[in-house]
Design a protein around this ligand. Structure first.
Ligand SMILES: [Zn+2]
Ligand SMILES: [Zn+2]
Length: 304
């Protein structure tokens, strides 16, 4: 197999694109895909200060690496979620990457300011991922606002986008479908623009990029995500992809082109402000603060 670009021996085959690349051409291909997404979707410009949500995994570190290479103004933010060894390891990788690249990383200690994810899940009978996802959103929004950033970038890849889309479609979550875009404009003055520059690049592609670039990342999935619904969706999509390469990309791309605008048009209710924390919210008290209240109530009850 030969590299599509230079004719040297290929090291990676992309069946969905019917192409193969050598190591250095793949790195270039990956960076160009990201750059094209940023331009085409008008995500940000070199004038913007971009906050990159970093988990220590391949996707967010690959994204940060590309943005640094392309010369964008970035800072990373890491949330110490308090999920035992997994959190310690992922924090270590995120910090090591920032040090090597001379980039600045903000660390938000979640357990100090709120409750650790396992505690929240235990006291509310919620799936840890649900509590975790909601807390992450809250803290990322707050970090972006407090740091004066104009954009928040996350490492969600094509597999994430396709799985989320499948879940939203299976349950016809029309309000979620309205907001499922690679660029989410702020719906409130306290929000910043949220972007997903890897939305057209698959999990295997970001793993290969991280490997070829010598990025040391946490390989383990979050221990809480084992058995999560999202993984079933990914599994199903992978099986479709194996027999019909390009299914995921087509699913997401065609949704964005032909269906998403219809959902977006029907959803324009601006959020209000949470009476507890002051962050934007769809209800008087935001989902994050309601979770905290619930945890505190149950902690008190079990202590009594
Ligand atoms: Zn090549
Ligand atoms: Zn709140």
């Amino acid at each position: 197999m030969k590299c599509k670009r230079c004719g040297e021996r290929a090291e990676i085959q992309l069946r969905s694109h019917n192409a193969a690349f050598c190591r250095s051409c793949f790195v270039l291909y990956f960076q160009r895909q990201v750059e094209r997404a940023i331009h085409k979707q008008r995500m940000f410009t070199p004038q913007d200060r971009v906050l990159v949500a970093v988990s220590g995994g391949k996707d967010s570190l690959a994204l940060w690496d590309v943005l640094l290479t392309l010369g964008y103004q970035t800072e990373g933010v890491y949330l110490a979620l308090g999920i035992g060894d997994y959190s310690d390891q992922s924090r270590h990788k995120a910090e090591a990457f920032a040090r090597q690249r001379g980039a600045s990383l903000r660390v938000v200690e979640l357990s100090e300011d709120a409750v650790a994810v396992p505690v929240a899940a235990q006291f509310t009978n919620r799936v840890p991922c649900a509590a975790c996802g909601m807390m992450k959103r809250h803290f990322f929004d707050r970090a972006a606002l407090e740091g004066g950033f104009s954009v928040l970038a996350t490492g969600h890849n094509l597999d994430d986008e396709a799985a989320r889309l499948l879940g939203n479609v299976l349950h016809w979550q029309t309000d979620y479908l309205a907001r499922q875009t690679p660029v989410l404009e702020p719906s409130h003055p306290k929000f910043v623009r949220k972007v997903r520059p890897l939305y057209r690049l698959g999990e295997l592609e970001s793993a290969a990029y991280a490997f070829f670039r010598g990025i040391d990342y946490v390989i383990d999935e979050c221990p809480n995500s084992v058995g999560a619904t999202q993984l079933h969706y990914k599994d199903t999509l992978n099986r479709l992809e194996a027999t019909m390469p390009g299914t995921k990309l087509n699913f997401v791309q065609e949704f964005l082109r032909s269906a998403q605008p219809a959902f977006a048009a029907a959803n324009d209710s601006p959020p209000q402000t949470c009476t507890e924390c002051g962050m934007p919210s769809f209800t008087p008290v935001c989902a994050f603060c309601r979770l905290l209240q619930e945890v505190k109530r149950k902690q008190q009850r079990s202590a009594a």
